[in-house]
Design a protein around this ligand. Sequence first.
Ligand code: SF4
Length: 224
Amino acid sequence: MRRAEAVEAVADAEFLENYTPAVITGAVTTRLKILQHDAEACTDCSSWKYRKQVLFGRGNPYAKLMVLSDGPSPGDDEEGDLFTGEPGTTLDKMLAALGLIDGEYYLCNTVKCYCGSPDGAPPQEFVEECRGLLHGQISSIRPRVILAMGFPVFIDLCPEAQREWGQLGSYSVPESEQGAEYTAAVVVCPHPRSVRPGTGDETLRRGVGRALGVVKRLLGGQND
Ligand code: SF4
């Protein structure tokens, strides 16, 4: 089975198990395509001056897990993909520890364009400008769990939450044309770029273990 077919097969299985007939019409993928089209034409923050391309997100639009980082790195912008290089390798190991393969999760950033900073971390005003696109992604995909990479991403979604690795927060979407009111669990994890071999300290490594343990429990609990 080719990779694209495998992704479709996973998506179909998820969708038949968990989603309403509205999804059968392709409403989720249609909404994401519209949002991506909006992003590709967007000049709402100054990132458009730095980006080579818009990196909207990728993965299974019916996934139970959304991995949310802060912004595309210079390498991501150059290569046209999310989580390139060593951070991507580290993320792959984290996801493998959860028992997830490519096609069983969705990856995206709080901002969709490289913003000019050395590591891709965006200024808060860019996050504010891009918030509508992120909210549209979350309310369309409706992941059960959002894995927030780093405290800035976590606190942006859950302002009242404590800054502690593995901490659990929530993000709510009110009732709308996308469907009924819905709440995602949000778990904070050290960013993969800060726990690369030789760069991460023990506290961060323990933080990754704690965060992944919480995510595993949340993803596994509702399948029982
Ligand atoms: S980062 Fe978001 S708000 Fe800024 S130009 Fe890109 S799509 Fe628009």
